[in-house]
Design a protein around this ligand. Structure first.
Ligand code: SAM
Length: 243
């Protein structure tokens, strides 16, 4: 019976997440800039700087959405490397594909519709995997971390960029107020969609905090797992290796 309930919950969550990203796909980039005051660009640049990317590497940008990280990786891996932009949502993938093609990024990027929980790649395929603001939307996060571990090459690294738990109590209170009161209103005005941004706030609150996610990565088999708080812990970058 338990299993039955879990199935229903799982399908409900996947359906909800699909609706959210179908709804926000076209406005996603502009909302990102507005909601984070442009700071998401700095968080993403820091992720690239910590990735150890080099020419010729094979990178998976998982839950890559509109492809911000893919664009930067594509430049760094060069013509001998490859970047796979994978996402479960077709609408987000289409927006990403159009955006990257308009930027002239074509030769070393491929696109794959994929669920992070069951990645359709061979074992030991990628030098680097990033999942930016994606893991909190995945229903079975542990399974997804294990799936990523399987497709990483030995010596490869996973970077998880995700909202986390703000450390200073004052910041935490201000952030809660912003997420639950201001964010849905901004979503309504800019994207005509308050509900999706209400979901965003709730999914951030439900997401495992820094130490819990570190533990989950260790259970999935990653080694030397560390994290860095960004903007007071509003966001954290977790890093782990497969040896
Ligand atoms: N990485 C991009 C960025 O940082 O701008 C996009 C992040 S967006 C907030 C989250 C993305 O996760 C969406 O494109 C969504 O479709 C994708 N996603 C949600 N659940 C997923 C899953 N189970 N497997 C793969 N992608 C998923």
């Amino acid at each position: 019976i338990d299993f039955g309930y879990q199935q229903v919950d799982k399908e409900a969550k996947q359906g909800l997440v699909a609706n959210v990203f179908n709804s926000v796909a076209k406005k996603y980039d502009v909302m990102n800039d507005v909601m984070s005051f442009g700071i998401h660009r700095l968080w993403k640049r820091y992720t690239i700087d910590c990735s150890g990317v080099r020419s010729g590497m094979k990178v998976l940008d998982l839950a890559g959405g509109t492809g911000d990280l893919t664009a930067q990786f594509s430049r760094r891996v060069g013509p001998t490397g490859e970047v796979v932009l994978a996402d479960i949502n077709e609408a987000m993938l289409e927006v990403g594909k159009d955006k990257l093609r308009n930027l002239g990024i074509v030769s070393n990027v491929t696109y794959q519709q994929a669920n992070a929980e069951e990645l359709p790649f061979d074992d030991d395929t990628f030098d680097i995997i990033t999942i930016a603001f994606g893991l909190r939307n995945v229903t079975d996060k542990q399974k997804a971390l294990e799936s990523m571990h399987r497709v990483l090459k030995p010596g490869g690294r996973l970077l998880v960029l995700e909202f986390s738990k703000p450390e200073p109590p004052m910041l935490s209170q201000m952030y809660d107020f912003y997420s639950f009161n201001i964010l849905p209103k901004m979503g309504q005005v800019i994207a005509g969609d308050a509900e999706s941004y209400q979901y965003l706030a709730e999914s951030i609150r439900m997401h495992p905090d820094q130490e819990t996610l570190k533990g989950m990565m260790e259970v999935a088999g990653y080694e030397n797992v560390t994290y860095t708080n960004l903007t007071g812990g509003i966001v954290a970058l977790h890093r782990g290796f497969k040896f």
